[in-house]
Design a protein around this ligand. Structure first.
Ligand code: 9WO
Length: 246
């Protein structure tokens, strides 16, 4: 079957290369991503890096040239993993390394990756990966924030979560994706559900009024106020975008 003619091919293929596939797999089985995988809209898999070793003990790390504490991920298993996954799936559109040295992950980056066909995400462990892997194979080094973790698995899941929900057909309501916080560069408005009064705390009257135009205006005001208070950096960018698109 050719692309787009049915459900034989996924819109997005993601392979996550890790020494801890058992850490990644349960997160991919739940919720929106689990359902998208079950439907075949996306094909996301964890790949055990040790499956691409060639020695009896399946070694993936070695001491650092130049000395210093800790181990470095060896290049050979990572090169073999990317090579074999590329043969099986077709050449990747991007090879992502999650690392504190990467450029900051953002909604715009998520949108860009969601439009690609095949992603490979490498999860670093130990003190990091051999730089030749980054130079020869990695197309995008991505950071999810300025903190050091014990490995790249959780950042890889963050990237997958943000990207997969943007793939058409994954989130049922396209309008809800378009209305997302960050889709237009602002924080979200506050949400309420029943009961209308809880422990003396009331839901704003406007939301109970049924005046849809006024509710929309109130929500927009809340978005602007919250963004101004909590993330003035976002508000400046939002205003620049408005000028360039009007
Ligand atoms: C450690 C370190 C110590 C001092 C100064 C800079 C430093 N960088 C690192 C580092 O990159 N350690 C990594 C920790 C080694 C590979 C596993 N670790 C990790 C963290 N993988 N991925 C992250 C991470 C954090 C935020 N966004 C994406 C990935």
């Amino acid at each position: 079957m050719f692309r787009g003619s049915g459900k034989a091919e996924s819109a997005l293929i993601v392979d996550i290369v890790t020494i801890f596939p058992q850490m990644v797999e349960p997160a991919l089985a739940e919720g929106v991503i689990g359902r998208a995988r079950a439907k075949g809209v996306v094909d996301v898999r964890a790949r055990d890096l040790r499956a691409y070793t060639s020695d009896k003990h399946r070694v993936v790390d070695d001491v650092a040239f130049g000395g210093g504490p800790g181990m470095v991920m060896k290049p050979e298993p990572l090169f073999r993993a990317i090579e074999e996954i590329s043969v099986e799936r077709g050449a990747p559109t991007a090879v992502i390394l999650t690392t504190p040295q990467g450029r900051p992950f953002s909604h715009a980056e998520a949108v860009r990756f969601s439009r690609m066909e095949r992603l490979i995400i490498i999860c670093g462990r130990y003190e990091g990966i051999d730089e030749r892997v980054a130079e020869a194979l990695v197309t995008d080094e991505i950071s999810i924030g300025d903190y050091v973790l014990t490995g790249g698995e959780l950042p890889a899941l963050v990237v997958v979560d943000a990207v997969v929900r943007l793939v058409p057909g994954v989130v049922g309501d396209d309008a809800s994706v378009a209305a997302d916080s960050f889709a237009d560069g602002l924080l979200d408005y506050p949400h309420y559900t029943r009961p209308a009064e809880f422990k003396g705390m009331k839901v704003p009257d406007i939301l109970l009024s049924g005046h849809h135009a006024e509710i929309a205006r109130w929500r927009r005001e809340q978005q602007l106020r919250r963004t101004e208070e909590r993330r003035p950096d976002l508000l400046r960018r939002h205003e620049l975008n408005k000028e360039s698109t009007s």
